[in-house]
Design a binder for this molecule. Sequence first.
Ligand code: LUZ
Ligand code: MOS
Length: 762
Amino acid sequence: MKNIDSGNHTTGKSLYLDDIPLVAGTLFGAAFISPVAHGHIERLDLAEAAQHPGVVRIFTHRDITGENQIGGIIPDEPLLAEHEVDFCGMPIAFVVAETDEAARAAVRKITAEITPLPIITDPRVAQAQGELIVPPRTFQLGDPERAWDQCAYVVEGSADTNGQEHLYIETQCAYAIPEENEGLKIYSSTQSPTASQRAAARVLGVPMHQLEVDVIRLGGGFGGKEDQANAWVALCALAAHHLRKPVKYVLHRLEDMQMTGKRHPYSSDFKLGLDKDLNIIAYESTYYQNAGAAADLSPAIMERTLFHATGTYFIPNVKATAFSCRTHLPPNTAFRGFGGPQAKFVMEAAIAKAAEQLGIDACVIQKQNLNKTGDEFPYGQKAVSESHACWHKAETLYDVEALRQQVQDFNASNTVRKKGLAFMPICFGISFTNTSMNQARALVHVYYDGSVKVSTGAVEMGQGVNTKLLQVAAQTFSINPSRVRLQTTSTNRIANTSPSAASATADLNGKAVQLACQAIVQRLKEVAAQELQVPEAAVELRDEKVLVHGEETALDWKKLVTAAFLKRISLSEHAHYATPEVHFNKATEKGHPFAYHVYGTAITIATIDCIRGTYTVDAVKVVHDFGRSMNPNIDRGQIEGGIVQGIGWMTMEELLYDHTGRLRSNTLSTYKVPDIYSVPKEIAIEALQTDNDNLAIFRSKAVGEPPFMYGIGTYFALRNAIKAFNPDSPIGFNAPMTPEKVLLALYPQPATGVKVTHAQSV
Ligand code: LUZ
Ligand code: MOS
């Protein structure tokens, strides 16, 4: 089935928040933000701005009727700064005016006198000074201390990854409209309607039932709207609450890039030990996560880093420690992979370094150490592994021997262009690592004409979840998909939703839809049995028909629905689903946190230009563990998008905060994202079809985040190409691999002059 949105998306008919027709009298907000990364606010001068034509009111923390707090996991983030600012871009005041232009013009007339305070931008410096968001955590398996002695080879090193701008096409936005009795209806572009409702209720000091958060769809989220859509909802709600007028705020791209957090930069250390047969027997890793100025989701992201410390490999002795470090950057947040890709990069860097020292191809070590079913992860769960199946299928299907020969021949006959090839086997755990979040609800109405309306907590953000939910309803009722319609995601219809995140949205909400539909089917079958005077067990609903012992009857879906209504049988159901089997004990750091894992293998070939440092990705060839895909078109789209987004993170997207904590790469002319010229020339995706997993909806495994990590293969393919040109290249492990870094890695470094430094420590 096609994505149900594709027609409207391509003809521009899809509605986003900014397309909602304005209610008469709507006012427009804009935030005044801190120009410095850390300081004490001595004076805030609003007088001139307040005089600006069209300005209705300027809100500060003093206007907050509830709590000045939007922190989710930890209450450490004020909505509006009070006496101190903690990052460049932190909202201090909220101007509301009759037009968008007036609000922004007035913002420019606000002045603040701020006494600078010391600034930290480097997570290692923060850790050394004890600036931690939460206490560090360690996951451990076996005894690495004792294992080092048994190793034939040991390598140590460090590996850094930079952050990443989400660059959802639709910027952050909110629109709050007053209703009677102090109520507010708030349109939001949030992955988490409930989190936004809760944050606004807390700031206003009102019960959650006073607020409805309604989401049509998002123009992209990628994690950037899991927690960080809340501030705009709270600001618009605050203004609408005071003024009893509709208030809308749509961030400009520059504001969005300056004010919002991004993927966490990580700086990490590793130590890897192998025996003489190249089995990895010990691994120690330490991660310094650059959390930014407030917790946001950092502790959960740090936790997922630890869950994914060993990537796709089985290692019997592991010690992984993570620090969530407080710095003066905007609070960093969820981004596709949620700390997993950062851990994966460190693991692969360790293997690449070991391979280099041994003079072998990294893929020898990779393949030798892939996990198998029954192997234990450092957190206690046993793998049900498709690692070897994906690897072997990729090797044979794509004829790796021939590919390798082509690369060797090319490199032998070209002096200024070199190719590199790398394998990237992936493994990603599916479920929220916070067990309590693995629940969802669905509300299904069958109208008496036989048409169906489905509401869930799932937020459509381009990932195609609504199409999958529609498929679940149509298939469970065995009716034509055209009879089913999805509703917007509203906290009035579905309460206490988990965010649409963790790749789990179709699984959790799909299972809830399935349960709701099954309950209605059960009642319909009872009605059919009465109508047809047959035992209920003989009745079956199939292809809009009512069958008895497999034979068609005069009853069909529509007539049956009408009959049930006339018998006063409920045609609606609200169902609840909670993932079984998942649990985790933080005291022991052991448990079974994931419903299942997704596996896959990518083979990447890239070519570098050794005069310019530029490169192209020739091909990414993937064998991906789909389970049994319920929608191969949508899943393929997710994989293609994930690969390109991963390549962007690994190769060209370079966030640059200067030493004052100011974001310098704050526009699309200074922050380069993949375009049509930089995507791989070829992406091949082949399914590994399995029937093993029963916890995915229709056994169709989650597909949102795992493919992002295929992009890491490009980093190592480029690295191999550099080594083909200059085997003595001093190149370390520091992503992104921009053309500048490639160029500098190709030749001996000058004694003085240009030095490649990490963005965090500029
Ligand atoms: N969000 C979250 C996530 O709150 N918990 C998670 O475990 C998670 N994993 C991936 C992406 N978002
Ligand atoms: Mo996410 S990183 O699944 O919001």
